[in-house]
Every structure is written in structure tokens, then in C-alpha cells.
Design a protein around this ligand. Structure first.
Ligand code: ADP
Ligand code: MG
Length: 323
């Protein structure tokens, strides 16, 4: 884009907003951020590519929400407080209606969490969105993937599977009733990052991850980095009324446990933390469910009601796996 008109105008019109919690926000060569003494800086980035992470015709306001939400979810998974975001946006053309709607979705969520957009980059090309999020966590207190111990409980927030069921429906792998699809697809478009929960879990959870690639795959990451195995009981996995109707079929069950895009937290904790974690549900109004146990060994096993292993086809989304 020629800088004189297109790019600067686009940034000024849609993305230059006062950054409440930065020394200097959008407009200069760098943003300037004041980092609090005694805190670790937590940083994460996520890219969403048209056709891979979202259907090309998706409502831009949903996309604005989701591009920030998936990054806030990473902050949540570390128990960090998000403060600053950077947005690198590549668009095929300058469509102000599209950009305005995208910015609305982005800033509505940013305001909800007091996050400031402090900079970014704007280029022309196939539609792709990269958000970098930065925040703070008290030094040494971040929730990592590596702290799970044999004997720990495994917990998840909210309920699991709706977003992946909507995707499976779109791909013709199963069929949802129209009303169910319309509800489930909102979980795909507008996930709610569990930022408060993540912070409240500092000192309680021994390990944590946000569920983006699928419950079993993401729990598998905790296991690998913690050097443990995990057993999950299918019947304990919290489901919406929509997912409860689908869990009996192979395609439904696969979407629920391996589909992903939930952006709920999966975490492990010592059994003597059960009461404190139950208290959190009341305090934060978030459902927290114990779904299994960390054990010695390797890998994640899923048990059915008869205590027999349940086979699942997919094991989570991997961009570079060969089919
Ligand atoms: P430079 O050429 O020095 O990289 P740019 O022209 O790319 O600067 O950007 C000018 C300013 O606008 C910078 O502060 C940059 O961080 C900000 N910016 C560019 N694109 C975006 C965007 N999509 N969202 C927010 N800020 C942006
Ligand atoms: Mg630039």
C-alpha cells in the first residue's frame, strides 16, 4: 500500500486509539510500555489464516473478537494479567466496512479486559491476522504446562465440544439441528477467555493449558511436559445440552474430545485443593469439573462408563501432520 494515503489512513481510522495503560501507543516506531517491578512479562502470539482458522465469509466482527480472544486465552492459561496487544493485519484490499466491523469486535473485547492496542503492522495480501499479547504475572507464579504430578486431579472450566461440533457440522461429518448449530457456532466465533479464572488459579493449579487443539491433545501437552500420564473419564466431561445429544456417535465424540476451539482451561491440582477450587466456581460464576486423574506413565487415556478405553480417531489439530 502506498503509505501516503492507504496505510496511514487505514491505521488512523480503525486502529489508532488512546492506549490507557502504555507510555506510548500507536504512531511512533515503537510502543513504550512500563513494566511493573517484581513481575514477569508474559508474551504470546497467535496467527489466524483465512480458510485454515476461519471460514472466509465469517462476520468480521466475530473475527475481531476471536483474534484477540485466543490470545487472551493464552494469558489466562499462564495466570497472567493481559495489558497490551499488537495487531499485524494482512488484508487483500481496503474495505472500510469490513475493517470497521473487525475493529469493533476487537476493541469491544479489549475494553472488557482493559487491554490497549499499542501497535502493529498493516500489509496487503491474503487475509491473515496476527495478534501479540503482553501482560504481567508475579515473578515465578505463572502457571506452566510442566507442573502436573501423579495423583493430581484434572479439571476443565465451562463445557467442552460445542465449537468443534459446529465445525464438524459445517464439514458434513455430523448433523446438528439448525437451532443447535446456531448456538454452537457462537462458541466457535466468540469464545470467552477465562482470564479471571487463570489468575485465581495461581497457587492452586499445578499445571494449566487452554484448550485450542482439543481436550485430549492439549492435556497430552501437559503430560509430555510434566513427564506423567492422564486418565480422563468420558462421562465426567462437562457437556452442553447440544453436545450431550452428540456424544454417543463416533463423529460427535471425536469432535468433543479432540476437536478443539473451546478456549476453556484444563488444569491439574492436588486433591487437597478441591474445596478451594469449588469456592472459585461460586466466586467467578464459572463451572469447574473434575474429569480425571494424573498418573505415572505416559499419554492420555479416555475411559468409557464400563472403564474400558474409548477409541478416538482424531487426536487434536496439528497443522503439519501428514494424513
Ligand atoms: P513502521 O514503518 O515504522 O513499521 P508503520 O507505518 O508500520 O511503522 O506503523 C505506524 C504506526 O502504526 C506504528 O506505531 C505501528 O505500531 C502502528 N500500526 C500499524 N499497523 C497497525 C495495526 N493494524 N494496528 C495497530 N497499530 C498499527
Ligand atoms: Mg510497519
Amino acid at each position: 500500500m502506498t503509505k501516503a494515503n492507504g496505510e496511514f489512513d487505514l491505521i488512523a481510522r480503525h486502529f489508532a486509539r488512546p492506549a490507557a495503560n502504555a507510555v506510548l501507543g500507536v504512531g511512533d516506531d515503537c510502543a513504550l510500555l512500563n513494566v511493573t517491578n517484581g513481575m514477569d512479562l508474559a508474551v504470546s502470539t497467535d496467527t489466524m489464516v483465512s480458510g485454515t482458522h476461519f471460514f472466509p465469509e465469517v462476520d468480521p466482527e466475530h473475527l475481531g473478537h476471536k483474534s484477540l480472544a485466543v490470545n487472551l486465552s493464552d494469558m489466562a492459561a499462564m495466570g497472567a494479567m493481559p495489558y497490551w496487544a499488537m495487531l499485524a493485519i494482512t488484508v487483500p484490499s481496503v474495505d472500510h466496512a469490513w475493517l470497521g466491523a473487525f475493529a469493533k469486535g476487537f476493541f469491544d473485547l479489549a475494553e472488557e479486559f482493559n487491554v490497549s492496542l499499542v501497535g502493529g503492522d498493516t500489509t496487503r495480501g491474503p487475509l491473515s491476522l496476527t495478534v501479540t499479547i503482553m501482560g504481567e504475572v508475579p515473578a515465578g507464579a505463572a502457571l506452566r504446562r510442566s507442573g502436573a504430578k501423579a495423583g493430581n486431579d484434572i479439571w476443565v472450566s465451562g463445557h467442552i465440544g460445542d465449537a468443534a461440533l459446529a465445525v464438524a457440522h459445517r464439514h458434513g461429518r455430523l448433523k446438528l439441528e439448525e437451532a443447535d448449530y446456531n448456538e454452537a457456532v457462537m462458541r466457535l466465533y466468540e469464545p470467552m477467555p477465562r482470564v479471571q479464572l487463570g489468575q485465581a488459579l495461581r497457587g492452586l493449579a499445578t499445571a494449566a493449558i487452554d484448550i485450542s487443539d482439543g481436550l485430549l491433545a492439549d492435556l497430552g501437552h501437559i503430560c509430555r511436559l510434566s513427564g506423567v500420564g492422564a486418565t480422563v473419564e468420558l462421562e465426567r466431561i462437562p457437556l452442553s445440552a447440544i453436545a450431550a445429544k452428540q456424544v454417543q456417535s463416533d463423529a460427535g465424540r471425536t469432535a468433543i474430545v479432540a476437536g478443539g476451539d473451546d478456549y476453556e482451561l484444563c488444569f491439574t491440582a492436588n486433591p487437597n485443593s478441591r474445596e478451594s477450587i469449588d469456592d472459585l466456581q461460586q466466586m467467578l460464576g464459572v463451572q469447574l469439573t473434575r474429569i480425571g486423574q494424573v498418573r505415572r506413565g505416559k499419554g492420555v487415556s479416555l475411559l468409557g462408563p464400563d472403564n474400558k478405553a474409548v477409541k478416538v480417531d482424531g487426536r487434536g489439530y496439528d497443522h503439519f501432520s501428514t494424513p
